[in-house]
Design a protein around this ligand. Structure first.
Ligand SMILES: CC(C)(COP(=O)(O)OP(=O)(O)OC[C@H]1O[C@@H](n2cnc3c(N)ncnc32)[C@H](O)[C@@H]1OP(=O)(O)O)[C@@H](O)C(=O)NCCC(=O)NCCS
Length: 444
């Protein structure tokens, strides 16, 4: 199905691409849907137009009036050991006056069909509410949480800066413009599900472009970590606020962004932030729940996790291509039966062979170690008529696909059926993946 033409849905609603002159009203409908302030300046419209370049904004209309918004765009999404062509979905709203009349269903169905035809192997989104997207075959695949570090009491086990492995520069966020994109790209490639950040994203984040709907832009303090060769290997930016305890001259740091492609850079950044004078606590939202922060500390209880939630949702559009594209931690053979939301079933043999060592990787400045990514098995995937070892819905496989949601949890919750004893453990071991970098999750 192409979105170049319009489609009619139940209750006489229509779905079609947004014209350029409709962008302001499309923005207003979207803002209203998310209960955001709705006074949109010409500069705001201009910036939105720039973000929409190369994207696919669509609308649901009732008699010519926009009542629903939706956009999607292409990304190369990091998955275990590889990156795949993916379709990112965002700005999904339907006006309260027209909800529950099938507008979302029509926009989503048209977009997923078009994405599949374009060759996207999966689609991703962030869900405002958990019950919305399972019916379309999406499953939650990564988690986010807020970490709070009691900086005043934190003691770190190691000191890569003190040991001379890394060096640290105190800069402003605008100074990161040259180094940060490459550091992030290196980290994201080691972090399945980390959304790519384009040039415009960086210009907005680092203050090169003013955001009309945001607070007036102030420069923010930042840290840059370099290895012995002088190469940038980590970045962080933050904002300071008066400490909640009200004590004078004490501050809480709000971490805005922290990117570390290596464990040593991660440690160096957290340690440097915690050791800044006058800092009481550091809060870091949108971090992975499996962040190693507590393990960096002599007293792991100085780090607390809160606000745990799902982050990226994955909808596998071409299951065989998706399974073929990623790498695996080991080897094995499993026959899977994957159930689509409409009830369709696809039976596939997943045959993972080890490809041998991938050589070495630089895991910290000056330290070469065998690649931390284990196995790097490659899969052959073919249609099978054998009895399935494991049966699961496409949303459950989407949840496990990035290697961060353990398959045994989905099995224990009844979302995966095991027909061959041990098959869930075997498939779970294949799909599991160790992220070897740390990033702040990117909203989109
Ligand atoms: C979420 C939203 C886009 C749904 O749009 P919609 O046009 O009402 O959805 P549809 O009519 O296509 O609903 C399809 C099905 O999903 C269900 N559904 C839709 N939204 C739901 C929600 N928030 N919670 C639970 N179920 C929901 C509907 O009941 C319907 O079920 P049915 O087929 O069994 O009748 C709309 O309610 C909205 O704009 N909400 C506020 C903004 C928002 O949260 N957007 C999502 C951003 S990620």
């Amino acid at each position: 199905m192409r979105l170049g033409s319009s489609i009619v849905i139940r209750s006489a609603l229509q779905v079609r691409p947004v014209e350029d002159d409709e962008v302001p009203i499309w923005m207003q409908v979207a803002n209203r849907g998310f209960h955001q302030p709705n006074r949109i300046s010409p500069a705001g419209v201009e910036l939105r137009r720039r973000t929409l370049i190369g994207q696919r904004p669509i609308a649901a209309l009732d008699g010519g009036q926009i009542v629903g918004t939706f956009r999607s765009y292409d990304v190369e999404l990091p998955v275990p050991g590889a990156a795949v062509p993916a379709n990112a979905v965002s700005t999904v709203t339907v006006a309260a006056s027209h909800r529950r009349r099938g507008a979302l269903t029509a926009m989503m169905t048209a977009d997923l069909t078009a994405a599949r035809e374009r060759g996207a192997v999966l689609s991703v989104l962030l869900a405002s509410e958990a019950p919305i997207y399972g019916r379309f075959g999406f499953g939650p695949a990564t988690e986010e949480c807020k970490w709070t570090l009691d900086a005043a009491s934190a003691r770190f086990r190691d000191d890569p800066v003190g040991d001379g492995l890394l060096s640290l520069e105190l800069v402003e966020d605008g100074d990161l413009a040259e180094a940060a994109p490459a550091v992030y790209a290196a980290a994201a490639s080691r972090m399945p599900g980390a959304m790519p950040r384009d040039q415009l994203w960086w210009q907005i984040a680092l203050g090169a472009i003013e955001v009309p709907w945001d607070d007036p832009k102030l420069t923010r303090p930042a840290l840059l970590v370099r290895d012995r060769a002088g190469q940038a290997v980590g970045t962080a930016s933050y904002r300071a606020e008066p400490a909640r305890s009200g004590r004078r001259h004490r501050v809480d740091l709000q971490l805005l962004d922290l990117t570390a492609p290596t464990p040593a850079a991660h440690l160096a950044l957290w340690r440097a932030l915690a050791e800044l004078d006058l800092v009481e606590t550091i809060t870091a939202p949108r971090r992975a729940s499996h962040d190693p922060l507590p393990w960096l500390l002599a007293d792991r209880r100085a780090a607390r996790q809160s606000e745990l939630s799902d982050f990226l949702w994955v909808r596998l559009l071409d299951v065989a291509a998706a399974l073929r594209a990623r790498r695996y931690a080991g080897a094995g053979r499993v026959v899977l039966e994957v159930i689509e939301p409409g009830g369709g079933r696809e039976r596939l043999l997943l045959n993972v062979e080890p490809t041998g060592s991938t050589g070495s990787a630089k895991v910290a400045a000056g330290i070469e170690k065998p690649d931390l990514v284990p196995g790097m098995g490659r899969a052959e995937v073919s249609v099978s008529t054998d009895e399935p070892d494991v049966v699961l819905e496409v949303g459950a496989l989407g949840s496990a696909y990035l290697g961060q949601v353990p398959l045994y949890q989905l099995h224990a919750a009844g979302q995966v059926t095991e027909h061959t004893p041990g098959a869930v453990a075997a498939l779970g071991a294949l799909l599991a993946w160790t992220p070897t970098a740390a990033v702040t999750q990117t909203s989109f």
